[in-house]
Design a protein around this ligand. Structure first.
Ligand SMILES: C[S@@+](CC[C@H](N)C(=O)[O-])C[C@H]1O[C@@H](n2cnc3c(N)ncnc32)[C@H](O)[C@@H]1O
Ligand code: SF4
Length: 292
């Protein structure tokens, strides 16, 4: 069991901001080329050594970006992380450069899960979101490659007013892809994200209610990011189910490491994880941590 007073549940390292896509909402404000100020491989390895001092159980480790595949040393970093005992995930961008041999090399290096973004059920919606024609097909191709080498898949979808109507067809597509987890992000107006693209509070609530209902029917997990309301909805309308299968847990602190080694904290909420007790402990740990 995690002791949240000792370590975060998940550590996310933005290994680069380089990315060939140009998404309308990109919080990382991704750029075409790698920044020479990124952490080097040696600095990255020192960072992983440091994170490993959290001890057992180690946090989940996510290599994100930008497009982490833009770093030629990402395979070595994955291998190093896996050898250190981390459960390593990676989030490649949906581009033509994500070839099969790269996904196989990641698997061979010890990657435990691949997470890709899908923001619409059709090429028209997804490609408009990612602002590169072909991204939808490349994303589905990455999922094929992952399945072919038995690498569990996670789909990340970001909800904005542009794809609000996509939730249902997208959920069907996600189910067809045989994913382990569907992770729903709600637009945060930072970076290239704009306030006017956020959904309204009522729409937010409707989406969360639909997700809750969906989570009771589908074989994969559903996770929401940055949504405290998820807990409130579960608590307010479904609290009698806390003792059943769909229990909600606030993993109180995720540690997000920016591309230059800067740290951000945010909340992460996970379904299908036992217990109300964890929720309370999580909140207490978070208050303890944040109280000066
Ligand atoms: C930063 S991306 C990194 C991985 C990869 N470049 C991608 O987009 O899939 C991780 C997830 O965050 C989402 N995201 C990016 N900017 C966001 C924002 N402003 N608000 C909410 N989610 C955002 C992306 O859509 C993606 O699903
Ligand atoms: S794929 Fe990810 S990193 Fe690249 S522009 Fe889109 S959100 Fe940003």
């Amino acid at each position: 069991m995690f002791d949240f007073q000792r370590s975060p549940f998940i550590v996310i390292w933005e290994v680069t901001r380089a990315c060939a896509l140009s998404c309308v909402h990109c919080r990382a404000e991704a750029i075409a080329r790698r920044n020479p100020e990124e952490l080097t491989q040696e600095e990255g390895i020192a960072l992983l050594d440091k994170v490993s001092t959290f001890g057992d159980p180690l946090p989940l480790l996510v290599f994100t970006g930008g497009d982490p595949l833009r770093r030629p040393d990402v395979y070595d970093l994955v291998r190093y992380g896996a050898q250190k005992g981390f459960r390593v995930s990676l989030t490649p961008s949906g581009t033509a450069a994500a070839k099969k041999h790269k996904i196989e090399a990641l698997k061979e290096a010890g990657l435990a899960r691949l997470a890709v973004s899908l923001d619409g059920s059709t090429p028209a919606v997804h490609d408009a979101f990612r602002r590169v024609k072909g991204s939808y097909n490349w994303t589905l191709r990455i999922c094929d490659y992952a399945r072919e080498c038995n690498l569990p898949i996670q789909i990340n979808s970001t909800i904005t007013r542009h794809n609000l109507g996509e939730l249902e067809p997208l959920s069907k597509l996600v189910e067809k892809l045989g994913v382990a987890l569907w992770s729903i992000f709600f637009l945060v107006p930072v970076g290239r994200g704009k306030v006017e693209d956020e959904v309204t509070p009522l729409e937010y609530e409707r989406v969360l209610n639909s997700l809750y209902e969906l989570s009771r029917q589908v074989p994969f997990g559903i996770k929401t990011i940055m949504v405290l309301w998820w807990i409130l909805i579960a608590w307010t309308f479904y609290h009698w189910e806390f003792n059943k299968l769909h229990l909600f847990w606030l993993a109180p602190l995720a540690w997000f490491l920016g591309v230059f080694g800067t740290t951000y904290f945010f909340l992460l909420i996970h379904t299908h994880t036992p217990g109300l007790l964890f929720l309370l402990v999580g909140w207490m740990a978070m208050l303890w941590w944040l109280t000066p």
